[in-house]
Write a protein that binds this ligand. Sequence first.
Ligand code: C2E
Length: 925
Amino acid sequence: MSALNLKLKKKSVLFHLLIWFLPFALLVIASAVYLYKSEEQREFIAQSLSENAKISLAKGAVEQTLEGIYSDTYLVAQNLSLQELIANKSSGLTWRFLHDLRLISQSRKHYDEISWIDETGMERARVHFNGHHTNLIPEEKLTNKSTADYFTRTLGLNAGEIYVSPHDLDAESAELARKHILRIATPVVDINGYKHGVIVFNYPSEILVQKFISSAPTGDEHAMLVNRDGYYLEKSPGVETLSNPPYPDTQSIANSKPVAWQHIGGHTQGQFMTADGLWTFASIYPASITPSKRVAYSADFNATQNLDWKVVRHIPRAQLLSRTKVLGERLIPVSTLLLGLIFFSSLKHARTHVRAQLAETDLRIAATAFESEESMIITDSRGIILKVNQVFTATTGYTSEEAVGKTPSLLKTDRHSAEFYHEMWRQIKQTGKWQGEIWDKRKNGEIYPKLLNIYAVKSKNGVVTHYVGSYTDLTERKMAEEKIISLAFYDTLTGLPNRRLLLDRLNYALASGLRTGKNGALLFIDLDKFKTLNDTLGHDIGDLLLKQVAHRLKACVREIDTVARIGGDEFVVMLEDLNIESVEAAAQTEVIGEKILAALRMPYQLLTNEFHSSVSIGISLFSNNGQSQDEPLKQADIAMYQAKKSGRNKLRFFDQRMQDTISSRANLEAELRKALANEQLQLHYQIQVDSAHQTIGAEVLLRWIHPVNGIISPAQFVPVAEETGLILPIGLWVLETACAQLKKWQDNPATAQLILAINVSARQFHQNGFATEVRSVIERHDINPALLKLELTEGMLLNNLDDTIATMRSLQEFGVQFSLDDFGTGYSSLQYLKRLPLAQLKIDQSFVRDLATGYNDQAIVRTIIAMAHSLNLNVIAEGVETEIQRQILLKNQCSHFQGYLFGKPMPIEQFESLLSSDSTAAACI
Ligand SMILES: Nc1nc2c(ncn2[C@@H]2O[C@@H]3COP(=O)(O)O[C@H]4[C@@H](O)[C@H](n5cnc6c(=O)[nH]c(N)nc65)O[C@@H]4COP(=O)(O)O[C@H]3[C@H]2O)c(=O)[nH]1
């Protein structure tokens, strides 16, 4: 698996892990929190209730104790011995009463002292319990208590009312000072309602506190008993209780827990929470507790003054929910364990899921890939087809049902040998794959090529389990390839080889000729009237003709020969394997050539038209003489032109002389290119005179002074210069040189009026900007434009007559003159002559030559001269060689003359000599 896939897989696993783990994790956490919170609440309620119950118990314990004391107090106050004593006042009765007091003291064991103080404040009887025994206090030790606060207050009470001293009451006597005593007292009333003092019980506060303590569970450290000011009467642990006032602040809940005390001090009972924890409290009103439910009060401590003690319980926050905390402590590992389990099972699940997803994706990819553009086939290890795709069915014609269960041999053809298949399987076994082109058979029997790939699928331990074959049908590709080859090498219309293939085969034939020494031949065939046919009957008919020609040509030659079409109506037949002897080979070729001529001469049926055609055939022989491949074809082409020239429907063998002419022309061209640069060109001047033999000027004629061949005539090289375009620089040079000469003559009166006529070629005249060029040359040389005469020929004027006239007109307006050269040889039509801005007509020398004898020529010359006069043009005759010719011309009103009679074309030096020898001009030069 690639690093990218691995990363994606990890991401996917993480995603699914989160999806599955998070909800469960949240559920577990929420459940744990809920459980914890419910337990916390439940425990809080339980603890609250428990605290309330404990407070009740504590309160009950204290109240019960007080009730017991109250009850004993009443009992003593109503004691019979006492009542009798009061009534009889007998001293013996005092002993009985003391005896009863001792009995009560001894039985209860917790009263420190019980005493009777009579209405005067004198103690009359007192017993003291020392912790083991009750002692009677001797009479002499009895004291007067008339000033004691408890005595006066109690004596003020009604029968049945109780006096309760403050719990922290300071002791009156020195010996009792250390003991905290709770005094409970009640008045003694006889049956007549008279008061006889008070009964006082000294109850050690310590015992009351002890009762309070014992009401709470052992080890309970949360209970405390405080007085109305908040000072501890009892608090466990660490507080020294019941010390004497003034109490230290440390012994006050009001100081140590002011917030709690604010609540406790202001309320009778209740339960509340502070930052310290849970507080529960209740008030005890000692004065309001009576066994007979009678209201008792004392002046100091009545209920309305809120004399109370408070029983208080406090559970610090830390201990408050101890059980819940334990639960919490247990919940954390349990939840963590549960989360861990959920995490790992989610992880496992996510992995399994992602793996399954990836596997499914792989399967989908595989399924999509299987249904690809390629034909696919899967076999087991024995080659039995298990599965094929739709492309397989489309290309082979076999449906899946037809193919599955069979072997791929149902596609086999006999195009490949047993060795081929053997080698294929050997390679698959060795490398696990094979690729190659193979021919197979479709269900309809059609054999087709395909590109086959076979892969062996192996198990983990390397055993081949399946083979997968995929292939592309190459039918169309092969067809396309063939088409490309055919387009590249064959003519699409006739299906014949094209020039490229012909040259290729020629090359091969030349090479094989070199080996065998045998001759071959090329027959270059051109249809004689093909262009006319195409133009008249259209290209479709033309195509039909070409196809029929191709067909007939093939019928004329052997299988090994080549018939090619190399151009529109040009065919070439290549014959190979001809005789070693050239003469014999030529004879063989001629036979076939004649056969072709005859075959192609036969009429053609082109749809409804019967068409008669002929061909011209040029033949060249080739052999082992080291020719290049182009040469035989060129030669055959030349020969074909020769055949055409000699009257069509002919065959001609290539002639070396003709080749030589062409070669020399090519040489001429090459040399002419160098002539201008090498200053091999010269101008010769041929004099022109008027009827009085006066020199009017000259015609400048080009000469090429060839270093080897001497002077070459313009008739030879001007046409070549025209064809190649060299005439443009050459023509310009002529113009420049002539203008320069005119300029030279300008200062000499004898030559200042001489006119130079220069020949302008068609190509030169029709080039863009010709008029401008002429003007600029004239201006540059600063000559009179009227001294320049441009000779044009009829033929070059006919093309684009309007443009021609425009060019001529612009130059004529500038002052340049035009002469129409070779007049009479062309159309000589008045129609266009009228339109041309000409100054002169030049009668062609062919009419002048036989003027003396030829009456026709005389008539023509007469007509030309008359025509010129009618057009107001002057006439010059060229080629005047004899006086007779001059006389005839003169008689016919010809005004100007040029010819050998007056002077041949000559170099400027000679021309100027001629001028100086001339009687008229001589003086001037
Ligand atoms: N038999 C005979 N011939 C005579 C006589 N008088 C003149 N000729 C020849 O006749 C030709 C007259 O020139 P063209 O008709 O313009 O014919 C010219 C002209 O068409 C062309 N050519 C000559 N020079 C130039 C040139 O500078 N530019 C162009 N474009 N063509 C030129 O070459 C042609 C031949 O020129 P050339 O060989 O010089 O031949 C000249 C001249 O030498 C005579 O009495 N008897």
